[in-house]
Design a protein around this ligand. Structure first.
Ligand code: COA
Length: 336
């Protein structure tokens, strides 16, 4: 078995890893799956521009990729941690690839001064069995939900939006397509900072955003994913502050899916149904701007009761088993 570094600029290597990714996804995950461009963008820069490394395993040079991993090396917060995605083609499983890639990832993480690996896996699947065999400990549980737009009763979104608007007097909406507009960079950073009280794994630090980071780590990397992003924000009229933000993106390669990214309401503006207001306004926006979208997919922490209540009111239903983030001790894995 050879384990080789992947250069994310090497399109052949990225394609080979994407094929292994798709083979694994078909076995483990309900749709949607990432297209090659989005996958390649994520391999290169992650979702928020943190550095990372990608390595693949194959039997011999030129053979199909049997499995691969990506470790992320956060460079602002959580510098003791290395989030990990690792997968092996279904037909190559139980042959030691996973264990070899995991040990390799731990050695690389240690070389970057990291002490903890954290990796997601669906409950009840091969990933969970593997994580348990590797001695990992469970952290946060996430639930994937999907909204089937065709199944929404006529008038449902308008009814919910009306309820939200009545509770949200004194707020107005602003929407945009693509990157965060320059005049909102600072306010958007404040919204990302407002995520600091969302559920997260024990020992995980919240991210600290500023305008520069939003420009560099959201706006500048967006073109890499081949996605069209749409955002809706609620503004508090009296202070001019942003009070809520939601972003949804459509992958050009598979545009029937909407991917719900962040939704956040700033703490002091909670209790005015701004989450429901922003999300119903987003559904109206998507119906006009992306009429081909049939389903929207989102992930929420299992214990994020407020966000889950908003999503259930809209008609989202769970998709597949929940996923658990597993935490592994780098020193223990690399010594194993
Ligand atoms: C998890 C995954 C990477 C494992 O890859 P793999 O190459 O099959 O792993 P290995 O062959 O090295 O297995 C190592 C040990 O894990 C355990 N294990 C792995 N899969 C298992 C399963 N389906 N049932 C029970 N034990 C399992 C076993 O103890 C195994 O050792 P053994 O085969 O000597 O009994 C692969 O199943 C996968 O890609 N799953 C989907 C992605 C995923 O969930 N990744 C997150 C991992 S935290």
């Amino acid at each position: 078995m050879r384990i080789e570094r992947v250069d994310p600029a090497d399109t052949d290597a990225v394609r080979a890893c994407h094929q292994a990714y798709l083979a694994a996804q078909r076995a483990d995950e309900p749709e949607p799956w990432m297209g090659e461009r989005r996958f390649g963008g994520w391999l290169a820069v992650g979702w928020i521009g943190d550095p990372g490394e990608v390595w693949l395993a194959a039997d011999e040079p030129g053979a199909d990729v049997a499995g691969w991993y990506r470790i992320e090396l956060p460079d602002r917060e959580n510098r003791d941690r290395a989030p990990l995605e690792l997968m092996v083609r279904p037909e190559q499983r139980r042959r030691g690839y996973g264990r070899a890639l995991l040990r390799h990832a731990a050695v690389r993480a240690a070389a970057h001064g990291r002490s903890v690996l954290s990796a997601p896996a669906r409950n009840g699947g091969d990933g969970e069995a593997f994580a348990l065999a590797a001695g990992s400990k469970p952290e946060l549980v996430d639930v994937q939900r999907v909204l089937d737009l065709a199944a929404l009763p006529a008038g449902r979104v308008a009814e919910l939006r009306g309820q939200a608007e009545r509770a949200a007097a004194g707020y107005s909406l602003r929407s945009w397509a693509g990157p965060v507009p320059d005049d909102l960079l600072e306010q958007a950073a404040a919204m990302y900072n407002a995520l600091s009280d969302a559920p997260r794994g024990p020992g995980t630090e919240p991210e600290a955003w500023d305008a520069h980071r939003v420009r560099e780590r959201i706006n500048d990397i967006l073109p890499r994913f081949g996605m069209r992003a749409h955002s809706v924000a609620a503004r508090h009229d009296a202070s001019g502050e942003l009070a809520a933000l939601t972003t949804l993106a459509v992958e050009e390669a598979d545009p029937v899916w909407g991917h719900q990214f962040v939704t956040v309401v700033a703490r002091k503006h909670r209790g005015h149904r701004l989450g429901l207001l922003a999300k119903t306004a987003m559904l109206d926006l998507i119906a006009a701007a992306e009429p081909q979208v049939k389903r929207v997919v989102t992930w929420n922490a299992h214990d994020n009761t407020h966000m889950t209540a908003v999503n259930e009111a809209l008609g989202y239903v769970p998709s597949g088993q929940p996923g658990t983030w597993w935490q592994l001790d780098v020193a223990a894995v690399s010594a194993a």
